[in-house]
Design a protein around this ligand. Structure first.
Ligand code: FE
Ligand code: CA
Length: 518
């Protein structure tokens, strides 16, 4: 939990009560918990259908996870408030060991307030490690759908399964990949960025998804908190996305489109002034927090948010989630700038945090989830780690002393499997780890088996697989191997029911990480 100054509550009486009850005013106002009196206060009406955006869980640890929902009976209401009246609503939650809630093990209440778009993020603790739980919410007479979550294991866990996903441009297609992912119900889902896109959505332009229309309010690039909220709501109306959230805990990081295409720290790619861009970041980061199952540690403070963080899956795996947007140096002005030794995509503090965490890791597998491709492809891909070669050398040299590094990436809307080389310029150099790049869920529409970019990637002997269909990655870790499956769908624009199939499988042996085609 974050320890920081809380906003002054209204009146000393309320403040004293909160202090006596052991709750901080901040965690009440932030939808994490509620004072004991919340269940007794007179209820104001909760509109029917308040759980239209579904439920989610995330940031799992060994004894708990964060639960999430956001009350929105009319998700697409123009003001971004989802049709909720402008008052606080207590939201009750239950966590059970069984799907029918016969064995409820935790209950509690969080306050959904208009300030946070009526989102709640209760943090459930005190559960048992490595096991499945079910949860649901109640607000007034409204009862939510049931979600499934899972705590992380402790000790020498025998296996852990996860999926990676990214880039869900709602307007480019349906989400059949999520239908398949939800059926698989992995132990966790790692989301790698581009949960929303900020672009205007225009019929006859980028609205490729068949059978849907959107109002003119969606036709402009989003800029305000209300617009970001409405954009998340639009994407979250998708039933397969809701099903995937309800199927497993998610761990989120972000890329550029959660704010604006190709931004770097405080530099807009489109000339928004350095005075205005922090405002844009602040509202975008705020909407990101409101809409996802993140812990209070990731609550933004103005234009800053703590999104890089790590999770230990017993001694089997350590998962480091990176933030490769908030601290990156801008696009290089010339080749000398690109090659500068001081250039960083992570920022110095995050680099130190990562290298320390890798060095001290007790885990067999060290996963690094990040927004953009690490593998060397072409020097002009300056948005990827190709634009930050000095930072990549520091990362690779940390990997050389790390047990089984595995990089998880999205962003390119293509599926790629590659081996990470000690020196990418020398293909005979040692393989230090692997990178698994998931394709997009919907961005770029139907796609094809291959495309014009394939040769840029496949020219390198360390790139073992390339596919330009939509899809996701499903992976299973054991103490001796990582099995990765690239799942693809044949189309997304026509409807949501395209059948997913596995288009490639690889085995990565522990102790000698590389890609062996299965
Ligand atoms: Fe994308
Ligand atoms: Ca991106």
């Amino acid at each position: 939990m974050v320890d920081r100054p809380s906003p002054e509550p209204a009146g000393l009486g309320r403040r004293s009560f909160l202090q006596l009850s052991g709750l901080s005013a901040a965690t009440v106002a932030l939808g994490v918990t509620a004072p004991a009196s919340a269940d007794a206060t007179p209820r104001r009406p909760v509109p029917s259908g308040a759980f239209a955006l579904g439920v989610a869980s995330g940031d799992p640890v060994a004894d708990g996870f964060v639960l999430w929902t956001k009350l929105a009976p009319e998700p697409l209401a123009l003001d971004g408030h989802g049709g909720m009246p402008p008052y606080d609503v207590p939201v009750r939650y239950e966590v059970a060991e069984d799907e029918r809630f016969r064995k409820v093990v935790r209950t509690g209440t969080a306050i959904a307030s208009p300030e946070l778009g009526h989102a709640v993020h209760p943090q459930v603790r005190g559960l048992r490690p490595g096991r499945e739980y079910f949860y649901r919410f109640r607000a007034g007479q409204e009862i939510s759908p049931v979600g499934r979550s899972k705590t992380l294991p402790t000790g020498p866990a025998a296996s852990f399964s996860f999926a990676t996903a990214s880039c869900q441009a709602w307007y480019h297609g349906y989400f059949p990949a999520y239908q398949d992912l939800a059926r698989r119900a992995p132990d966790a889902v790692v989301f790698l960025g581009d949960y929303i896109y900020e672009y205007g959505i225009l019929a006859g332009g980028n609205l490729w998804k068949q059978g849907v229309t959107v109002g003119p309010e969606h036709g402009v690039e989003i800029e305000t908190l209300e617009q970001y909220r409405l954009r998340y709501a639009l994407f979250k109306t998708d039933p397969d996305l809701q099903a995937a959230h309800a199927a497993a805990p998610w761990l989120h990081t972000w890329d550029d489109h959660e704010v604006q295409n190709n931004y770097s720290a405080n530099t807009s790619y489109y000339g928004i002034t350095p005075e205005m861009f922090p405002y844009r970041r602040a509202v975008a980061y705020r909407a990101f927090y409101e809409n996802l199952p993140l812990s209070l540690n990731s609550l933004p403070h103005g234009p800053d948010s703590q999104v890089y963080r790590r999770f230990d899956v017993g001694r089997l795996a350590r998962l480091n989630l990176l933030d490769t947007r908030q601290f990156r140096d801008p696009v290089p002005v010339d080749e000398a700038d690109r090659l500068s030794e001081t250039r960083t995509i992570m920022g110095p503090a995050q680099e130190k945090w990562l290298y320390d965490g890798l060095k001290r890791s007790p885990a067999t597998w060290n996963l690094v989830a990040n927004g953009v491709v690490v593998t060397a492809v072409t020097d002009d891909r300056v948005e990827q780690w190709d634009g930050y070669p000095a930072n990549r050398r520091r990362l690779i040299s940390a990997f050389e002393k790390t047990s089984n590094p595995v990089v998880l990436t999205g962003d390119i809307h293509r599926a790629v499997a590659s081996e990470l080389k000690a020196d990418f310029a020398d293909p005979s150099s040692r393989t230090v780890g692997v990178e698994l790049v998931c394709s997009s869920i919907a961005s770029d529409g139907d796609g094809a088996e291959t495309d014009n970019y394939a040769k840029d990637w496949l020219q390198h002997p360390y790139v073992k697989f390339y596919n330009a269909r939509r899809g996701y990655v499903h992976a299973t870790l054991t103490p001796t191997e990582l099995t990765s499956e690239f799942v693809a769908v044949p189309y997304v624009e026509a409807d949501a029911n395209a059948a997913a199939r596995t288009v490639a499988r690889f085995r990565t042996p522990a102790g000698s990480p590389r890609l062996e085609a299965l």
